[in-house]
Design a protein around this ligand. Structure first.
Ligand code: HEM
Ligand code: HEM
Length: 131
């Protein structure tokens, strides 16, 4: 159980998924650069920042401010990663013209709300932390 806790905790999940998003976003950036087709720029921007930079920020905030891996941290981590994955997939489909804009709108809206909830949950935890 102790080993499991070291593998699966909000800090490691945020750090690992964040770095994975950076790699994926860089591959997309490379593709945009090589092909000269920048249509997926908003997707690239959100992969790098929402998927990569924010996830890594959450890991650093949890670590540096010594925030316990309690229920709120788990819920926040879940909200952030599900929202990021859904939003990035929907953006890719939108800018790649793989689905109707009308169908993707609500998906983007709901995932955006999820991303905002995740930030609010970090705010609540940092306000509760002894800094
Ligand atoms: C392998 C590395 C990378 C490559 C090849 C790459 C490539 C690109 C390309 C081709 C564009 C479109 C530029 C345009 O059409 O004006 C772009 C935009 C962008 N990239 Fe990257 N990028 C890389 C790394 C990063 C990193 C590390 C970040 C942030 C952490 C980042 C964030 C952004 C953002 C925010 C935009 C949108 C800029 C805007 O709104 O004008 N990129 N990138
Ligand atoms: C609630 C979640 C979010 C929503 C609904 C949202 C929405 C949008 C929209 C509609 C655009 C314009 C895209 C276009 O040019 O067609 C945009 C661009 C951008 N967003 Fe977000 N965003 C969200 C989260 C974030 C986060 C968390 C970051 C950074 C940490 C970010 C960074 C950017 C950047 C750098 C651009 C300019 C890139 C470009 O021009 O393609 N966004 N966002």
């Amino acid at each position: 159980m102790k080993l499991w806790g070291e593998i699966m905790n909000p800090i490691r999940i945020n750090l690992t998924l964040g770095l994975a998003w950076l790699l994926l976003g860089m591959l997309l950036g490379e593709h945009m650069g090589r092909s000269g087709d920048h249509a997926q720029m908003p997707t690239h921007a959100h992969i790098m920042l929402l998927g990569g930079v924010l996830s890594i920020s959450w890991a650093v905030i949890y670590k540096v401010f010594d925030i316990p891996a309690g229920l709120l941290a788990w819920i926040q981590t879940g909200f952030h990663h599900v929202s990021a994955a859904v939003m990035i997939t929907a953006l890719y489909m939108l800018y790649g013209h793989l689905a109707e804009e009308a169908a993707l709108g609500p998906v983007l809206g709901i995932s955006a709300i999820g991303a905002v909830v995740s930030v609010l949950l970090v705010l609540v935890q940092t306000l509760r932390a002894r800094l």
